[in-house]
Each structure stands twice: as C-alpha cells, then as structure tokens.
Write a protein that binds this ligand. Structure first.
Ligand code: BGC
Length: 246
C-alpha cells in the first residue's frame, strides 16, 4: 500500500510517498523548513503543503518529535509549547483532508529499522536512538515496540541528557567528534545501567558519521548505525499509519 510518510523535525518537515510492503521510496523527497514558531497551525499548514505537492488523497503517516498518547500530544521539548494537549490527527485531517496517523518520530524510525533494517529478525531487546536536535528513543523486544519512551530526557551531568549529548549540542558547542563521542558514550552507559539492552541502533544525522566516533564507544551492547539512515522516520511513520488506519 502507498502511504505518504512525513517526518516533522526541528529544522525541516520532510515527506515522501512510501510503499509499505517493502519500504521503498516512491518519489523524490520534499523538504520544507520547519516554520518558526512551530505552532500546531503552522506545522499543520506545512503538512498540508506537502500533501498538496504530491496531490495526495490516501492516508498519511506523521513522525512527530513528542510523546503522543491516544492521538494527544503530551510533550513539547523542541516544538512550540502550545502543542501540548493538541489532538494531532484531527488537526492534520482538517488541513490535509486525509486520514492521518501520527507517532513519536523515534518510535517511527525504530519501526522501520525493526522491519527493514538492523532490527530485522532481531528478537532481543533493541533500543533505537535518533540523534539530532534532541535525542529520541524507541524500545523493542521481539520486534514489538513499547511506545513513547523519552530517554533523551534522562538526567546526565545535572543536565537533560539531550542538551549534553545531542547532535545539536555537538554543533552548538563546536565539539570534535572525539569530544562528542565521549559524551555520547557516557549517555549510552547511563542507558546500559538502567536497562541492559542487547543492541543500540543510531539514527539521525550522526548515523552517517558513525565511523568518526565509533572508537569512542565502549558499552557492552552492540552499537550500529541505522541501515535506513535518515529515511527511517518517514518509512516508519508510513508503516505505523498503515497498521493503525487499515
Ligand atoms: C522529544 C522526543 C523526540 C526526540 C527526537 C525529544 O526532545 O521529547 O519525543 O523523539 O526529541 O526528536
């Protein structure tokens, strides 16, 4: 089935129609800079612009950077605070005219990796971490997701962990890959002390640069970059929407 997958990020909103059977991308990606402030109406208008661009009439899956419980946005770390309490699927349906299902962006990326990427056929405990403006997390066991973990918000060095170890922290503080890698390694150790997963899969921008910092990591769990790289969120949002709406 073809689903329009959309990923709402801190700097860009990206969309591509996806074939949910094999995760194939069916068109050229469209990226629109995230409107500022990233209010519900501004993001909903951007999502509608993407749907119009692809002349979309089918269902839409959206990966969104917040915990979403029963269609209601519960957190707003890197988006406008007015999102909290918003019925996200109702809002996107109003502006796009399409049935829409929204899921946490890291949960979406993890679903794609679990089905088509490094988590395929992996039955043990795997944690997907998306490292970008924030740090998103998704936990799987036997390929099944426990939704809405917010491990980017654990406290590390008296700070919210994503402020210390995200890709945005690396860029803002002009850290070398070694310096940042050592911070990220501390973060992985914190997670390892709390839950002892078997595998960490890293998504987001840093997944392409894994070779630059992998030597700084020494947790016991396996650590590997996401196979689907930056498209995992879009592909996963499509799969999740198909599951929820069909
Ligand atoms: C949000 C998460 C999100 C992550 C990555 C965090 O700040 O709280 O819900 O998954 O950023 O975008």
């Amino acid at each position: 089935m073809e689903v329009l997958g959309i990923d709402v990020g801190g700097s860009g909103v990206k969309g591509i129609p996806v074939d949910t059977k094999d995760g194939k991308l069916l068109k050229e990606r469209l990226r629109i800079p995230t409107p500022q402030p990233a209010t519900p109406q501004a993001i909903a208008d951007t999502v509608a612009e993407i749907a119009r661009h692809f002349k979309w009439r089918g269902i839409i899956g959206v990966g969104f950077p917040a915990a979403i419980r029963n269609g209601v946005v519960e957190t707003a770390a890197n988006i406008d605070k007015s999102w909290i309490g918003t019925e996200i699927n109702t809002l996107f349906k109003e502006t796009t005219g399409c049935e829409t299902f929204s899921i946490n962006d890291a949960d979406a990326a993890g679903m794609a990796e679990a089905k088509f990427g490094e988590g395929k056929k992996f039955k043990k405990v795997m944690v997907m971490l998306t490292v970008g403006t924030g740090i998103g997390s998704a936990v799987f066991t036997k390929g099944k997701l426990v939704p809405n973990t917010e491990f980017g918000h654990l406290i590390l060095k008296n700070m919210v962990a994503e402020h210390y170890a995200s890709d945005a922290a690396r860029k803002n503080e002009d850290l070398s890959w070694d310096e940042w890698g050592m911070r990220f390694n501390e973060y992985l150790h914190l997670l390892e002390r709390l839950m002892y997963p078997d595998r960490f899969i890293l998504g987001g921008g840093v997944s392409k640069k894994f070779d630059k910092f992998k030597h700084t990591l020494d947790v016991h769990a396996e650590v590997m970059p996401a196979k689907l790289l930056n498209h995992a969120g879009i592909i996963g949002a499509s799969i999740a929407a198909k599951k929820a709406l069909k």
